[in-house]
Design a protein around this ligand. Sequence first.
Ligand SMILES: *Cc1c(COP(=O)(O)O)cnc(C)c1O
Length: 459
Amino acid sequence: MSNIQNDLVLFNELVEELLNEEQQHPVADRIEADELYSAIDLKLNDSAMIDDDFKSLLRDVLVSTPKTATHLFFNQLFGGRQSKAILGDLLAVMLNNSMYTYKVAGPQVGIEQEIIRQSCNLIGYGPQSNGTIPTGGSMSNYMALVMGRDVKDPDCRAEGVRKPLIAYTSKESHYSNAKNVSFAGMGRNNLRFIPADSLGRMIPEKLEEQIKQDIADGYIPTYVNATAGTTVLGAFDPIDKIADITEKYDIWLHVDGAYCGSVIFSEKYKHLLKGVERSNSFSYNAHKMIGTPLTCSVILVRDKKHLYNSFSNDADYLYQTDGDDFNLGKTSFQCGRRNDALKFWTLWKSVGTSGLKKIVDQQFYLADVAREYVRNHPDYTLYSFDDSISICFNYKDIDPTVLCTALYEHQVTVVGFGSFNEDTFVRLVTINANNSKEDLLNFFKVLEDFVANNPEAVR
Ligand SMILES: *Cc1c(COP(=O)(O)O)cnc(C)c1O
């Protein structure tokens, strides 16, 4: 039989081993997908497992799981560990509250609300603003779309969507936009992809042209998604110019800052979000630039009444005490909701807002280091731009898809590739603020050494 104290001792042992393992082997031993079930005993059985076997199985699973916290993981828009956030998340697991009512979550409600209040202040939303912490950036975008839809066509809540409602986003935006219009009943064919300029930013003039055309054709422009940090290039759509248009035509403006919205914490880079206070909603993922464990996505709404209009439902079995401001279930999508606030709060509380600023600025610093390296080395071609933490490049004339796969299969470093217009390239993401300049330079070194020593692997 298990007992929590013993399991916590085991937990500490396993974590100790994992940290050592990360030092020794920063890239996990890869198991071929078609060998997975024969390589590790993942099968669930009728009989119990004896403790020693269980322990050693857990060890096997840990060492062969991709290591996202090491200095050689650059694959995705998250990485590294902020230890105070880990502490908070572990405590959240022990407490195991659900965030729907004050009765069940108590001070955790205030913790979430404080994060939301401070975030609203940082972007210049006024006293009517509020927000919630959904399951991720895709869900944040979905909630924003539903609010925009309900504002334009309030009857659709009861009757279903019957009007030709149109949404707009740049062709460089996140794929959740396409899924969300179908979930929201608006239909994928009613999402317009607006062209981007040579730096990957939505072209406002093209947006307005499309809106005028749609109005002329009898459609109803409803929702515009602007992106703060596009998934491939890390580009920032020009919010002020887009807001001129959404205000003129009375359209909901959402700013998807899942990737880089955390620049709100940086004096130096928050200008990239200029005009965000004019949006109707804004979201950012603290599990990306801030480095909390997955997931921690914050959506803010300039006027909180829209959150209530679209997401509240009475439920006598649930809302038995305290006011709406403390019963967060009235503004969330889910019923039971994980406490994703505590990990962000423990980090923010311990390092302060100035500490979060350092975390963000460090990523831009590392990006500068990487871009400089690429620019100064003739074997490289750069495809991305300043003010982005995605560094897109090619090395020699090696196919980036081949290169990334070879680096991964040989356990050298984990990095991905992306495309913009006609070009495909390696996309290095400097989102792990624990990395140093040396770690970035080491990335290029291991890449170059690998290519020099394994010419056949990248042919
Ligand atoms: C990551 C990302 C999302 C999706 O966020 P999830 O938390 O992964 O659902 C949405 N938009 C952009 C721009 C992103 O980079």
